[in-house]
Design a protein around this ligand. Structure first.
Ligand code: CA
Length: 223
Protein backbone atom coordinates (compact mmCIF):
# COMPACT_ATOMS: atom_id res chain seq x y z
CA UNK A 1 0.00 0.00 0.00
CA UNK A 2 1.14 3.51 -0.74
CA UNK A 3 2.08 5.65 2.24
CA UNK A 4 -0.65 8.14 3.01
CA UNK A 5 -0.71 11.54 4.67
CA UNK A 6 -3.02 11.32 7.66
CA UNK A 7 -4.38 14.12 9.80
CA UNK A 8 -5.14 13.14 13.39
CA UNK A 9 -7.51 15.58 15.11
CA UNK A 10 -7.61 14.56 18.76
CA UNK A 11 -7.29 16.71 21.87
CA UNK A 12 -6.18 13.96 24.26
CA UNK A 13 -2.38 14.18 23.89
CA UNK A 14 -1.70 10.57 24.89
CA UNK A 15 -4.26 9.21 22.47
CA UNK A 16 -3.02 11.45 19.66
CA UNK A 17 0.57 10.32 20.30
CA UNK A 18 -0.48 6.66 20.33
CA UNK A 19 -2.31 6.99 17.00
CA UNK A 20 0.59 8.92 15.52
CA UNK A 21 3.13 6.26 16.58
CA UNK A 22 1.10 3.38 15.14
CA UNK A 23 0.36 5.21 11.88
CA UNK A 24 4.02 6.21 11.49
CA UNK A 25 5.02 2.61 12.11
CA UNK A 26 2.61 1.58 9.34
CA UNK A 27 4.54 3.86 6.98
CA UNK A 28 2.21 6.86 6.85
CA UNK A 29 3.04 10.49 7.44
CA UNK A 30 1.04 12.05 10.25
CA UNK A 31 0.07 15.54 11.33
CA UNK A 32 -1.69 16.02 14.69
CA UNK A 33 -4.10 18.83 15.53
CA UNK A 34 -5.61 19.32 19.00
CA UNK A 35 -8.14 22.06 18.28
CA UNK A 36 -11.12 21.85 15.95
CA UNK A 37 -10.51 25.36 14.66
CA UNK A 38 -7.24 24.24 13.08
CA UNK A 39 -8.73 21.60 10.83
CA UNK A 40 -10.30 23.46 7.89
CA UNK A 41 -7.23 25.70 7.31
CA UNK A 42 -4.95 22.65 7.55
CA UNK A 43 -6.98 20.74 4.93
CA UNK A 44 -7.06 23.78 2.65
CA UNK A 45 -3.28 24.10 2.93
CA UNK A 46 -2.67 20.43 2.18
CA UNK A 47 -5.42 17.91 1.65
CA UNK A 48 -4.60 14.73 3.56
CA UNK A 49 -5.40 11.23 2.29
CA UNK A 50 -7.45 10.53 5.38
CA UNK A 51 -8.62 12.30 8.55
CA UNK A 52 -9.08 10.73 11.97
CA UNK A 53 -11.50 13.10 13.63
CA UNK A 54 -12.48 13.09 17.28
CA UNK A 55 -16.11 14.08 17.84
CA UNK A 56 -15.58 16.16 20.99
CA UNK A 57 -12.94 18.80 20.42
CA UNK A 58 -12.11 22.20 21.80
CA UNK A 59 -12.84 24.99 19.33
CA UNK A 60 -15.29 23.14 17.08
CA UNK A 61 -17.03 19.79 17.29
CA UNK A 62 -16.25 16.96 14.89
CA UNK A 63 -19.75 16.78 13.44
CA UNK A 64 -19.85 20.37 12.21
CA UNK A 65 -16.29 20.00 10.90
CA UNK A 66 -17.23 16.86 9.02
CA UNK A 67 -20.13 18.61 7.35
CA UNK A 68 -18.07 21.63 6.39
CA UNK A 69 -15.33 19.42 4.94
CA UNK A 70 -17.90 17.63 2.81
CA UNK A 71 -18.81 20.93 1.15
CA UNK A 72 -15.45 21.00 -0.62
CA UNK A 73 -13.63 17.72 -0.11
CA UNK A 74 -14.24 14.00 -0.40
CA UNK A 75 -11.26 13.12 1.80
CA UNK A 76 -12.01 9.94 3.78
CA UNK A 77 -12.97 10.73 7.38
CA UNK A 78 -12.92 8.28 10.27
CA UNK A 79 -14.82 9.69 13.22
CA UNK A 80 -13.68 8.85 16.75
CA UNK A 81 -16.41 8.80 19.37
CA UNK A 82 -16.40 8.24 23.12
CA UNK A 83 -19.64 6.24 23.22
CA UNK A 84 -21.03 3.47 21.06
CA UNK A 85 -24.49 5.07 21.12
CA UNK A 86 -22.98 8.14 19.48
CA UNK A 87 -22.30 6.14 16.34
CA UNK A 88 -25.99 5.40 15.77
CA UNK A 89 -26.83 9.02 16.31
CA UNK A 90 -24.14 10.15 13.85
CA UNK A 91 -25.28 7.66 11.23
CA UNK A 92 -28.79 9.07 11.59
CA UNK A 93 -27.49 12.61 11.20
CA UNK A 94 -25.72 11.76 7.96
CA UNK A 95 -22.46 13.27 9.15
CA UNK A 96 -20.57 12.46 5.95
CA UNK A 97 -17.96 10.35 7.75
CA UNK A 98 -16.73 7.16 6.05
CA UNK A 99 -16.22 5.14 9.20
CA UNK A 100 -16.63 5.37 12.96
CA UNK A 101 -14.56 3.99 15.76
CA UNK A 102 -15.35 4.02 19.45
CA UNK A 103 -13.01 4.68 22.39
CA UNK A 104 -11.32 2.76 23.84
CA UNK A 105 -10.01 1.24 20.63
CA UNK A 106 -7.01 -0.81 19.73
CA UNK A 107 -4.56 1.25 17.68
CA UNK A 108 -3.99 -1.85 15.56
CA UNK A 109 -7.64 -1.87 14.63
CA UNK A 110 -7.45 1.80 13.64
CA UNK A 111 -4.45 1.08 11.41
CA UNK A 112 -6.30 -1.86 9.81
CA UNK A 113 -9.37 0.25 9.16
CA UNK A 114 -7.27 3.06 7.74
CA UNK A 115 -5.72 0.55 5.37
CA UNK A 116 -9.16 -0.71 4.32
CA UNK A 117 -10.42 2.81 3.62
CA UNK A 118 -7.31 3.72 1.63
CA UNK A 119 -7.71 0.55 -0.46
CA UNK A 120 -11.23 1.58 -1.38
CA UNK A 121 -9.90 4.93 -2.52
CA UNK A 122 -9.90 5.76 -6.21
CA UNK A 123 -6.77 4.95 -8.20
CA UNK A 124 -4.08 7.58 -7.83
CA UNK A 125 -4.67 9.29 -11.18
CA UNK A 126 -8.35 9.74 -10.57
CA UNK A 127 -7.96 11.05 -7.04
CA UNK A 128 -5.21 13.43 -8.09
CA UNK A 129 -7.29 14.96 -10.85
CA UNK A 130 -10.29 15.21 -8.53
CA UNK A 131 -8.21 17.62 -6.42
CA UNK A 132 -8.64 19.93 -9.38
CA UNK A 133 -12.20 20.79 -10.35
CA UNK A 134 -12.83 22.54 -13.65
CA UNK A 135 -16.32 23.56 -14.68
CA UNK A 136 -16.41 24.43 -18.36
CA UNK A 137 -19.94 25.77 -18.11
CA UNK A 138 -19.18 28.43 -15.53
CA UNK A 139 -15.43 28.81 -16.24
CA UNK A 140 -14.81 28.14 -12.58
CA UNK A 141 -11.78 26.29 -11.36
CA UNK A 142 -10.95 25.15 -7.87
CA UNK A 143 -7.96 23.36 -6.52
CA UNK A 144 -8.16 21.42 -3.25
CA UNK A 145 -11.48 23.10 -2.59
CA UNK A 146 -10.12 26.62 -3.01
CA UNK A 147 -11.53 28.61 -5.89
CA UNK A 148 -8.95 29.89 -8.38
CA UNK A 149 -9.21 33.27 -10.02
CA UNK A 150 -8.26 32.45 -13.63
CA UNK A 151 -8.58 34.46 -16.80
CA UNK A 152 -10.40 32.67 -19.69
CA UNK A 153 -7.07 31.90 -21.38
CA UNK A 154 -5.60 30.54 -18.15
CA UNK A 155 -8.71 28.42 -17.66
CA UNK A 156 -8.39 26.95 -21.16
CA UNK A 157 -4.70 26.26 -20.59
CA UNK A 158 -5.27 24.42 -17.33
CA UNK A 159 -8.29 22.59 -18.73
CA UNK A 160 -6.31 21.42 -21.74
CA UNK A 161 -3.30 20.19 -19.76
CA UNK A 162 -5.37 18.57 -16.99
CA UNK A 163 -7.64 16.80 -19.49
CA UNK A 164 -4.74 14.53 -20.41
CA UNK A 165 -2.51 14.04 -17.36
CA UNK A 166 0.97 12.89 -18.27
CA UNK A 167 0.63 13.90 -21.92
CA UNK A 168 3.16 16.42 -23.21
CA UNK A 169 1.74 19.34 -25.18
CA UNK A 170 3.96 21.43 -27.43
CA UNK A 171 3.63 25.21 -27.29
CA UNK A 172 2.03 25.14 -30.75
CA UNK A 173 -0.60 22.65 -29.65
CA UNK A 174 -1.37 24.77 -26.63
CA UNK A 175 -1.58 27.94 -28.72
CA UNK A 176 -4.15 26.27 -30.99
CA UNK A 177 -6.29 25.45 -28.00
CA UNK A 178 -5.82 28.72 -26.17
CA UNK A 179 -6.60 30.92 -29.15
CA UNK A 180 -9.10 29.05 -31.34
CA UNK A 181 -9.49 32.21 -33.43
CA UNK A 182 -5.80 31.92 -34.40
CA UNK A 183 -4.92 35.30 -33.07
CA UNK A 184 -1.27 35.95 -33.75
CA UNK A 185 0.64 35.26 -30.58
CA UNK A 186 4.08 33.94 -29.84
CA UNK A 187 5.40 30.95 -27.93
CA UNK A 188 6.34 33.34 -25.16
CA UNK A 189 2.63 33.99 -24.58
CA UNK A 190 2.16 30.36 -23.59
CA UNK A 191 5.11 30.57 -21.21
CA UNK A 192 3.72 33.60 -19.45
CA UNK A 193 0.26 32.06 -19.07
CA UNK A 194 1.84 28.88 -17.68
CA UNK A 195 3.79 31.00 -15.22
CA UNK A 196 0.59 32.68 -14.02
CA UNK A 197 -1.35 29.43 -13.62
CA UNK A 198 1.55 27.88 -11.71
CA UNK A 199 1.68 30.86 -9.37
CA UNK A 200 -2.05 30.58 -8.71
CA UNK A 201 -1.77 26.84 -7.95
CA UNK A 202 1.18 27.49 -5.65
CA UNK A 203 -0.76 30.14 -3.75
CA UNK A 204 -3.14 27.34 -2.75
CA UNK A 205 -0.48 24.69 -2.19
CA UNK A 206 3.16 25.89 -2.16
CA UNK A 207 4.39 22.33 -2.68
CA UNK A 208 2.23 21.95 -5.78
CA UNK A 209 3.94 22.01 -9.16
CA UNK A 210 1.62 19.97 -11.38
CA UNK A 211 2.60 21.80 -14.57
CA UNK A 212 6.01 20.57 -15.64
CA UNK A 213 8.22 22.04 -18.33
CA UNK A 214 9.65 19.50 -20.71
CA UNK A 215 12.78 21.12 -22.04
CA UNK A 216 12.63 21.85 -25.74
CA UNK A 217 9.19 20.29 -26.09
CA UNK A 218 6.47 21.92 -24.04
CA UNK A 219 4.45 21.23 -20.95
CA UNK A 220 2.64 18.45 -19.19
CA UNK A 221 0.32 18.19 -16.24
CA UNK A 222 0.95 15.63 -13.55
CA UNK A 223 -0.10 15.69 -9.92
CA1 CA B 1 -11.95 14.77 22.66
Amino acid sequence: MDAAHILVVEDEPKLAALLRDYLLAAGHSVECLANGLQLIPAVQAREPDLILLDLMLPGRDGLSLCRELREFSDVPIMMITARVEEIDRLLGLDSGADDYICKPFSPREVVARVRAILRRREPRGASASSALALDEGSWKASYRGVEMDLTPVEFRLLNCLASAPGQVFSRDQLLDRLYPDHRVVTDRTVDSHVKNVRRKLEQIDPSCTPIQSIYGVGYRFEL
